[in-house]
Design a protein around this ligand. Structure first.
Ligand SMILES: NC(=O)c1ccc[n+]([C@@H]2O[C@H](COP(=O)([O-])OP(=O)(O)OC[C@H]3O[C@@H](n4cnc5c(N)ncnc54)[C@H](OP(=O)(O)O)[C@@H]3O)[C@@H](O)[C@H]2O)c1
Length: 178
């Protein structure tokens, strides 16, 4: 059975995108990250929010554009109310539950990797997220898209699994406590 992982590179103050969806802040921190490169081989499918799919990319216009700096090869399910044309491995789904079902079926016993904060919040609300990986960059952004935003507040308990300190970022892995 697949596990569902929410992963993001995050500023120290908890943002995964800057104001207006800006992702250029990420560029200095896109350096080799062997644990994340190993993780990529354990991922069977991506489940992506519509805004992430359409959003800014620090590598826009280069061959490194796209998930995992353009190296992702495999199924991508985009949750959106406005399906458009995608690449050959991109499939559009109308809501998160259907997206989770399709992505789990495609991932087999590997991870479904969630990309996008709103999508991840909805999957957390559904009780469908098993792990959270934050790659923490040593930068403050002061505004933008939060890793996890709930207008009324919501507590999600986590148990730390691993911390990997690299020269440019720190990977922090958690398991969601149920
Ligand atoms: N730092 C990182 O590692 C990282 C990783 C991923 C993303 N990001 C950034 O995070 C930002 C995007 O995150 P986000 O939280 O704003 O958005 P998101 O989760 O990527 O996407 C939200 C969108 O998903 C669709 N959606 C969500 N719930 C739905 C539902 N119940 N039914 C149908 N569609 C639904 C809608 O798409 P439509 O609007 O298409 O209908 C909604 O606007 C971008 O700026 C992206 O670049 C950063």
């Amino acid at each position: 059975m697949s596990k569902v992982l929410y992963s993001a590179t995050m500023s120290l103050d908890g943002y995964i995108a800057g104001p207006g969806g800006d992702m250029s802040w990420l560029r200095p921190y896109l350096q080799p990250n062997p644990p994340v490169e190993r993780l990529q081989r354990e991922i069977g499918a991506l489940l992506v929010g519509g805004r992430t799919h359409r959003g800014d990319d620090p590598h826009r216009g280069t061959d490194q554009e796209g998930a995992f700096e353009g190296t992702w090869r495999g199924p991508v399910f985009v949750v959106t109310r406005q399906p458009s044309t995608g690449g050959e491995d991109v499939c559009f789904v109308g809501e998160p539950r259907a997206g989770l079902r399709a992505a789990r079926a495609a991932a087999g016993d590997r991870y479904v990797n969630l990309l996008g904060a709103e999508l991840a919040r909805e999957c957390l609300d559904l009780g469908e997220v098993d792990e959270v990986l934050t790659v923490i960059a040593p930068v403050l952004l002061g505004g933008g898209t939060r890793l996890f935003a709930h207008p009324q507040g919501r507590q999600v308990r986590l148990e730390r699994l691993q911390v990997q300190v690299l020269p440019h970022v720190t990977n922090v892995w958690h398991r969601v406590v149920r």
